[in-house]
Design a protein around this ligand. Structure first.
Ligand code: CS2
Ligand code: MG
Length: 403
């Protein structure tokens, strides 16, 4: 038995807020879990501190499944991003501990490596097509096999995915929500031109991806998917808000462009119909927001029945702890598709030293026991929490819209 002695939450903000759960056993083993929910961080801190941690003390850290079921069924109020991020953090930390106790990198406990490395996609973005393609050429030169392209929209002051800092896209930019303005017609006109130019400049041996970020209606998404068919995208992401999973049937009827969705999903119930009706090609659910390694494996196994592949979210606001967990998962899961890698700043990497590495378009979690990531608590203290909201989005007539 590996008795849990204590657990605490560490909030640090090296450039952006991260929430980390640290569990310690009586044998001195420690495990880390990412609990970061961008723009709502302290809600998960409170859920963990007030409602989860008191129930963990004294339990056997080896009982990952039972603790998962206890936290899920025992809460009565099931699902949702706050609950499932808290459960995810506990789950990641317990897998970290179990793998350390076995003196193995976590992927070995998940069934071992199913591939030589985890193919990742980078983020090329720019104010216009030319700048975006300049960035894309840099990613191609770095060896990326897959590149996401996000470009400014002519006539709009800002849009999703285009950042001031080319390296790291950090949308949580203010202590009150920034208001963005959106125009679907101007966006719809600009995207096919971006990918026409991209194929001319980058050729056909690189995977190209695009994130619509929940901003089209199903029929608009069907049309954009069809407009993009000549450019053979790897995927079109978050084409329409997915609360209504049935909406994807309308998109599917109009286009063969592969569809990815799910970074904001938090349980298998959010994607069950999408998967079993083969309305999507990639499921984006991620370790930190979908209940941890334990639940993400369930989602991936279900998806595998329908030839849906994984494409886990991996933005800057998911900490290196989640990145490490995602790479162990991605190295082993049979129906792996691609892993997002938006990268972290040097100050973040210093707070979270890790064993994972990038080479020639692939990443590997490393061979360190457990997740292979740590937190430098002394350094973490130097970066105090500062409230930061994601932007909100309005149409040009002021109507509240999807960001
Ligand atoms: C995006 C994210 O990475 C993605 O695909 O959708 O940048 C997303 O906007 C952020 O993670 C939100 O916090
Ligand atoms: Mg996205």
């Amino acid at each position: 038995m590996l008795k849990i002695k204590n657990a605490r939450v560490i909030v640090t903000s090296p450039g952006r807020n991260f929430v980390t759960l640290k569990i310690e056993t009586e044998d001195g083993l420690t495990g880390l879990g990412d609990a970061t929910l961008n723009g709502r961080e302290l809600s998960v801190v409170s859920y963990l501190t007030e409602h989860v941690i008191p129930c963990l003390i004294g339990r056997d850290a080896h009982q990952i499944e039972d603790i998962w079921q206890y936290l899920y069924k025992g809460a009565y109020w099931r699902r949702g991003p706050v609950t499932m991020s808290a459960i995810a953090a506990v789950d990641m930390a317990l897998w970290d501990i179990k793998a350390k106790a076995a003196n193995m990198p976590l992927y070995q406990l998940l069934g071992g490596a199913s591939r030589k490395g985890v193919m990742v996609y980078g983020h090329a973005n720019g104010e216009n097509v030319e700048q975006t393609l300049e960035e894309a050429q840099k990613y191609k030169a770095m060896g990326y096999k897959a590149i996401r392209l996000q470009s400014g929209v002519p006539g709009l002051a800002s849009t999703y995915g285009v950042s001031k800092d080319k390296m790291f896209y950090e949308p949580a930019d203010n202590d009150l929500p920034t208001e963005n303005i959106w125009s679907t017609p101007q966006y719809m006109n600009s995207v096919p031109k971006l990918f026409q130019a991209a194929r001319d400049a980058l050729g056909w041996d690189v995977h190209l991806l695009h994130d619509v970020h929940h901003r089209l209606t199903p029929i608009e998404a069907g049309r954009l998917g069809r407009d993009l068919e000549p450019y053979r995208l790897f995927w079109l992401e978050d084409a329409t808000p997915a609360e209504n999973q049935e909406a994807f049937r309308l998109i599917r009827q109009h286009t063969t462009t592969p569809l990815a969705v799910g970074e904001i999903f938090n349980t298998i119930w959010d994607c069950k119909d999408l998967i079993q009706n083969q309305l999507i090609d990639y499921i984006r659910a991620t370790v930190v927001h979908a209940g941890g390694i334990t639940h993400l494996r369930r989602i991936a196994s279900f998806a595998d029945l329908y030839q849906v592949k994984t494409g886990c979210h991996g933005a800057t606001d998911l900490s290196p702890v989640c990145m490490a967990a995602a790479l162990h998962f991605g190295l082993s899961v049979p129906n792996f598709g691609v892993q997002e890698y938006m990268r972290h700043t040097a100050e973040t990497d210093a707070v979270f030293p890790h064993a994972y590495s990038f080479a020639d378009g692939y990443m590997h979690p490393g061979e360190a026991p457990g997740l292979g990531v740590d937190i430098d608590e002394g350094l973490a203290e130097k970066y105090p929490y500062a409230r930061a909201y994601l932007p909100v989005n309005r149409l040009q007539d002021g109507t509240m819209f999807n960001w």
